[in-house]
Write a protein that binds this ligand. Structure first.
Ligand code: ADP
Ligand code: MG
Length: 253
């Protein structure tokens, strides 16, 4: 279980999150929505300990352990995995090399032949040419291809806590369907916790969320179910009825 308590986060002297609270239990699917520039990517990066974001106050607990001060490597070792909103291209390292090194670092004993076989079958599952994994990470790939490549990492590294920051942006209709179904298959097989940042309920047609939260002014101002995401799509963020405000924490407990 992940517990984020009264988090205050600052980047370059700007306070982005203020008293942010959220509890995500094992195997729950949560959606975080909110206007552009409101702090959604910030919460993702804070969870993976991007050093550009300073935690001024509050705690992050994972399975009862205080992980507020852990670094990115340690969070990844605990099973956290972030699909960035805009995955970076990295020259000089191929996706296959990076995945092999990550698995070895985790103590995985798979031999190189088995590794190649499972990588090939994941590529097939995601309709990605096998050669892509032998190219430098994301170099020359379109936005949509980068997002699909991220899912290769997911199937190979098998994280327990998945954060998807606008996975759906840049994907065409067919790719979105494929990616959503692949995520659903992963969820059913491994039952991870998932935090989905999205503006579009389409990705939620395969993955039904347990909770949908609206972020505003640094904290969660409303929590509901899938209907809340549909309401946002229909009426926009400014018309969300905030009359019955429920904090993520209250609703979750
Ligand atoms: P969202 O993902 O909801 O669109 P972000 O979390 O990316 O929003 O950004 C929230 C706000 O914080 C924005 O105003 C953004 O410009 C600012 N911000 C984000 N990261 C940084 C940073 N590293 N340094 C300074 N300001 C930042
Ligand atoms: Mg963002």
């Amino acid at each position: 279980m992940l517990e984020i308590k009264n988090l205050n986060v600052v980047a370059e002297n700007k306070e982005i999150l203020r008293d942010f609270n959220l509890i995500i239990n094992d195997s729950e699917i949560h959606v975080l929505m909110g206007r552009n520039g409101i702090g959604k990517s910030t919460i993702c990066k804070v969870l993976l300990k991007d050093e550009n974001y300073e935690i001024k106050n509050g705690n992050i607990l994972y399975n009862g352990e205080d992980v507020t001060l852990l670094n990115t490597y340690e969070m990844a070792n605990l099973g956290f995995y972030l699909v960035n909103q805009s995955p970076l291209a990295i020259e000089g390292v191929t996706t296959a090399e990076m995945l092999r090194a990550s698995l070895l670092a985790k103590g995985d004993k798979t031999n190189i032949l088995e590794f190649s076989k499972s990588l090939a079958s994941v590529c097939e599952k995601l309709h990605l040419p096998k050669e892509y994994v032998h190219r430098d990470i994301n170099v020359g790939m379109s936005g949509g291809e980068r997002k699909k490549l991220e899912l290769i990492h997911l199937w190979m590294l098998k994280p327990k806590f998945i954060i998807l920051d606008e996975l759906d942006s840049g994907l065409d209709v067919d790719a979105l369907k494929l990616v959503s179904e692949s995520l659903k298959e992963y969820y059913e097989m491994y039952k991870p916790s998932i935090l989905i940042i999205t503006h579009h309920p389409k990705i939620l047609s395969s993955l039904t969320p347990d909770f949908v939260h609206i972020l505003d002014e640094g904290k969660i101002v409303k929590t509901g179910d899938l209907n809340l995401a549909l309401e946002v799509e229909r009426n926009g963020y400014s018309n969300i009825n905030k009359a019955n405000l429920v904090s993520g924490q209250d609703k979750n407990e």
